[in-house]
Design a protein. Structure first.
Ligand SMILES: [Zn+2]
Length: 134
């Protein structure tokens, strides 16, 4: 649910609850949103920021992003071999066919990243939460 601060043309302010921004726009276009004080349907969003009601079924964008990130971290931790500080070396070996092709994770220095980039080795950097390394 999203709650908008709304106001009518007579500057009455009130809150409106909607399933989504699209739903709000749809109801507004149909004249289904009216001022509780004067019944005017000429409504617009007040300038105050939109508040998003938190609930488990509709997490905010930030929560959704955090969940996706946590999922990615878990996936990497469970499915990638941890080669620690040897990441650049191993990635290069795999890239050159000198080591078995597999998914690896680890840490690199900035200089190592430059080498990987120059060699065209595909890799992605994601921030890992500390507790996953335990
Ligand atoms: Zn009004």
């Amino acid at each position: 649910m999203i709650v908008f601060d709304l106001r009518c043309v007579k500057d009455h302010r009130f809150e409106g609850w909607f399933a989504s921004n699209e739903e709000f726009e749809r109801q507004l276009a149909r004249g289904q949103v009216s001022c509780p004080y004067c019944d005017d349907t000429r409504i617009e969003k007040a300038l105050s920021p939109v508040a998003i009601k938190k609930s488990s079924s509709s997490p905010s964008n930030r929560e959704a992003a955090l969940q996706a990130w946590a999922q990615l971290c878990r996936y990497v931790q469970n499915n990638f071999e941890d080669v620690g500080h040897n990441f650049a070396k191993e990635a290069l070996k795999i890239h050159c066919g000198l080591a078995e092709e597999r998914q690896i994770r680890g840490v690199t220095t900035g200089a190592e990243e430059e080498i990987l980039k120059e060699e065209g080795v595909p890799f992605a950097k994601i921030p890992m939460p500390q507790q996953l390394d335990n």
